[in-house]
Every structure is written in structure tokens, then in C-alpha cells.
Design a protein around this ligand. Structure first.
Ligand code: HEC
Length: 158
């Protein structure tokens, strides 16, 4: 009789531990999957990314700002980026036509978080393998670089 009790006890322990784990896994994975799908469905022209820039309204292109942005880009970004060609990072021609201004500035100012938490940036990291570097630009400098990018659209650049 003692033997039977032990066998039953072991059986009971196995049942509860298996059942418990199974349920737990289900609870965690289902919502995570839904969340992932929701993030990936975001229209890139509505995706503002993650970082200090939450809202930005652009006016006409300011050529003086664009020129200052070009100088910053040349010193801080050209180790990895060219405008018209892929280098370590993507070609940046037309970037303002495929990303929101907020997303672009957040990618410049907060790349460490963007490549981990923003689906579009994560996808880029998967493709380019090297992570985008934080060059410690101020918000003002990032805004000038954005103005420069606005002058490099697919129509004005080959
Ligand atoms: C060490 C290399 C490196 C430097 C320096 C660098 N980047 Fe990047 N950048 C990347 C890589 C690689 C990616 C693609 C995402 C990834 O892999 O993390 C990227 C992505 C980007 C993107 C998104 C492009 C797209 O197609 O959506 C923008 C915008 C960008 N970088 C701007 C800049 C600017 C502006 C600077 C200078 C302040 C800069 N980067 C400096 C490597 C770099």
C-alpha cells in the first residue's frame, strides 16, 4: 500500500507541474504574438518611433539649415552612410519619403532603444547587422540633418 501511495504522489506532482507550465506558457505567448503583429502593421508614415521627438511639423525647406545639416552629416555620419549608396548603413536618399520626421530624429537621437523596441528599426538591424551608432547629436543638430535629408529625395537625387 505504501508503494501505491508513493506512485500516486509522484503522478500527482508530475501532473500539476506539467499542467502548470503549459498554462503559464500559453498565457505569456498569446498576447506577445498579438502585440508583435500590431507593431508590424504600423504604416511607416505614421510610425514616430521611440525617443525624445513626439511631434514635429515641417514647413518649407530651409536651405541654410540644410547646409548646416550637411556639414554635420559629413563629419558624424559618413563613416557609415552615403546618400545614394548602401555602406555600413542604408543609403539615405529619399529617407524622408519612407519615414516620418519624428522617426528619423528618434533614430538619430535614440538608436539603442529604436533597434531593440521599434519594429521597423529592428528589421533594419536584422538586415544591416551592425547597429546604428549614437553620435550624440543635440536635438537641434539632428533637426538640421533632417533638413539636409529633406533636400535628398528620390526626385532630386539619382
Ligand atoms: C557605426 C555606423 C553608423 C554611424 C556612424 C551612423 N549610422 Fe545611421 N545607421 C547605421 C546602420 C547600420 C543602420 C541600419 C539600422 C541598424 O542596423 O541599426 C542605420 C540607420 C540609419 C537611419 C535609418 C535609415 C532608413 O533607411 O530608415 C537613419 C535615418 C540614420 N541611420 C541616420 C544617421 C545619421 C544622421 C548619422 C550621423 C549622425 C548616422 N546615421 C550615423 C549605421 C551608422
Amino acid at each position: 500500500m505504501g508503494f501505491k501511495v508513493i506512485v500516486l504522489a509522484i503522478f500527482a506532482v508530475l501532473m500539476t507541474s506539467c499542467g502548470g507550465e503549459g498554462k503559464k506558457e500559453e498565457k505569456v505567448s498569446a498576447p506577445a504574438k498579438e502585440q508583435k503583429a500590431a507593431i508590424e502593421e504600423i504604416d511607416p508614415m505614421k510610425d514616430k518611433g521611440i525617443g525624445p521627438i513626439t511631434s514635429l511639423t515641417l514647413g518649407e525647406i530651409d536651405q541654410k539649415m540644410a547646409d548646416e545639416g550637411k556639414a554635420i552629416f559629413t563629419t558624424k555620419c559618413t563613416a557609415c552612410h552615403k546618400i545614394s549608396k548602401r555602406l555600413i548603413g542604408p543609403a539615405l536618399v529619399g529617407v524622408t519619403e519612407r519615414r516620418t520626421p519624428e522617426w528619423i530624429m528618434n533614430m538619430i537621437l535614440n538608436p539603442e532603444v529604436m533597434v531593440v523596441e521599434n519594429a521597423a528599426a529592428k528589421k533594419l538591424l536584422e538586415e544591416y547587422l551592425a547597429p546604428m551608432a549614437n553620435q550624440n547629436l543635440t536635438e537641434e543638430e539632428a533637426r538640421l540633418v533632417l533638413e539636409y535629408f529633406r533636400t535628398k529625395t528620390s526626385e532630386t537625387d539619382e
